[in-house]
Design a protein around this ligand. Structure first.
Ligand code: B12
Ligand code: SF4
Length: 463
């Protein structure tokens, strides 16, 4: 059977896509689970192949026997279009990922979707390709004789070391980069034990946190393409288990991977601030940036999100990172419940006062399956005629203190305020830190890459 696995394009990802492009790990993972079967598997990443027009795309997909697509809520609209095209050629479609898992009823509503893989995909996809009877595949929804059948859930994979390795050879590594530094992704754990009310990771993994062994993580790192300079760990909380992180760092040094690769991970403020020795070990092992979901700098919001830390901890966390040559990339939500426009501006000011290196802001979004979604529906914060199949990542809900337009304005303002301030970047402590702290050695490599690759690409675009 010829199978085409599609990673759909991000709707508004063009700006973001210019400064970063991530390999499609979900598809590499499920492809890795079937590489020993007698099927031809191809991956088509539409964030890379955006030169394809609709005619070329139609011409391409008609030659396959099955189309598999990864689907987030923000790509659902374009995924439906792909499914409709596939239907024209009578090619069966299977969706997997966050959106179909959290809203499996989409298969009842849209008859261009033939099958859904709910939850982790490796074993479900394998059983489908092995030809196992559809009614015995767990975590699987399908259409048969005009009826939709939702099979029982598949139990969560207990031992992640049993997972097959992602098949990294199925895509050309050249286009993948983070700010023009050749990049790859690695998954060292799944799930998260916390229950933030806006986050769908809790629902997807049922609050269960599982890890790969440090040895397995190292083996996966040896399989990233040789051109890779930077690895992004996709884990939601990489540093949750200190002992394990310390062991990974020890192995990174022992195997000399820390000399060859730089690492970025997502973490929590308290884990960082409370564990000086872990941060030192991570710095020595090649970690250069922590991506931290601050969400807000208003104490009341932090308390209601049960973050369990104060702004002093935030300050301590950032200082500790900087002392150890680690950059802090903060992520924030605009429109937290109980926050006004003025509160949000206070957060913006604090971003600079606390000396964040990079930041991104997202509109508050009641993703399906989250407690926030139920609350927003009940309280009428989402417009009645709202449909996810029409959504393109713009703000979708009013809050008691802000309307959708104010949220959009604040999103735009946040980037202008933070990134358009040359003084902050050139004359703040930032530059001194980078120039004189030897722990920021890696910055020169990144700056070199950005200058050579970034400038070349920029000049080529000017033609
Ligand atoms: C890495 C990542 C990214 C990367 C994407 C890289 C890439 N090309 O894959 C980047 C940084 C670009 C990104 C961007 C965004 N992301 Co993101 N991202 C993640 C993250 C941290 C990891 C995803 C991952 O690779 N996991 C590892 C793989 C192996 O797991 P997986 O993707 O779940 O795939 C498994 C199953 O889902 C299933 N499966 C998946 N696809 C398919 C397909 C088939 C056919 C089958 C059978 C099975 C199957 O099998 C796989 C193996 O078990 C997740 C959080 C998380 N922990 O999952 C958020 C997450 C997916 N992102 C999310 C969001 C909201 C975004 C943004 C919209 C945020 C923003 N405003 O920037 C943007 C979208 C960009 C845009 N402009 O549109 C949300 C999605 C919510 C939702 N309901 O859809 C998540 C869950 C984060 C969160 N906590 O809310 N993201
Ligand atoms: S926001 Fe982060 S800490 Fe909170 S539930 Fe989601 S992944 Fe866990």
């Amino acid at each position: 059977m010829k199978v085409l696995l599609i990673y759909p394009p991000f709707q508004v990802g063009k700006g973001m896509g210019k400064v970063m492009c991530s390999p499609p790990l979900s598809l590499l993972a499920i492809a890795g689970a079937v590489s020993d079967l007698d099927h031809e598997i191809e991956i088509f990443d539409m964030n890379v192949e955006y030169s394809y027009g609709i005619h070329e795309f139609k011409e391409k997909i008609r030659h396959y026997d099955l189309i598999g697509i990864t689907c987030m809520t923000n790509t659902f609209k374009v995924v439906l279009t792909i499914c409709k095209i596939a239907k024209k050629y009578d090619i069966p479609t299977i969706l997997g990922g966050f959106h179909p898992t959290l809203v499996p009823s989409i298969i009842d509503k849209f008859d261009c979707i033939d099958m859904i893989c709910r939850g982790e995909g490796e074993f479900t996809f394998r059983e489908l390709l092995e030809g196992k009877p559809k009614n015995s595949i767990l975590g699987f929804s399908y259409r048969e004789n005009g009826l939709v059948i939702h099979n029982p859930d598949r139990p969560y994979i207990k031992d992640l070391n049993q997972l097959p390795y992602p098949n990294n050879k199925l895509v050309n590594p050249d286009p993948y980069h983070y700010i023009w530094v050749k990049a790859w992704v690695c998954e060292a754990s799944r799930g998260c034990p916390f229950r933030c009310n806006f986050c769908c990771v809790t629902q997807f993994h049922n609050g269960i946190y599982r890890t790969k062994s440090p040895e397995r993580v190292i083996q996966e790192l040896f399989q990233v393409p040789p051109s890779t300079k930077l690895v992004f760990f996709t884990d939601d909380n990489f540093s949750l288990q200190k002992k394990r992180v310390m062991r990974i760092c020890e192995l990174l040094q022992k195997t000399k991977l820390s000399k060859r690769l730089m690492f970025v991970c997502q973490s929590r403020v308290d884990d960082i601030a409370n564990n000086i020795d872990m941060v030192e070990a991570m710095s020595k092992a090649g970690f250069i940036c922590f991506f931290l979901g601050f969400e807000s700098f208003k104490q009341m919001s932090l308390d209601s999100m049960q973050k369990q830390y104060t702004l002093d901890k935030v300050r301590k966390c950032i200082d500790l990172c900087h002392k150890n040559g680690i950059m802090v990339f903060g992520s924030f939500i605009i429109g937290n419940i109980g926050e006004t426009v003025e509160d949000t501006w206070r957060t913006f000011t604090l971003m600079k006062e606390l000396e964040l290196d990079m930041m991104m802001t997202n509109p508050i979004t009641p993703f399906p399956g989250t407690p926030l979604y139920d609350e927003a529906l009940k309280k009428g914060w989402i417009p009645e005629d709202f449909r996810w199949e029409k959504w393109e990542i713009t703000p979708v809900m009013n809050t008691p203190d802000m309307n959708i337009d104010e949220i959009q304005d604040l999103l735009d303002e946040s980037y202008r305020f933070f990134y358009n301030d040359i003084g902050y970047f050139l004359f703040g402590k930032k530059l001194l830190r980078i120039l004189f702290n030897p722990k920021f050695w890696w910055y020169r490599h990144v700056a070199f890459s950005v200058l050579t690759n970034g400038l070349t690409k920029f000049l080529m675009k000017l033609e």
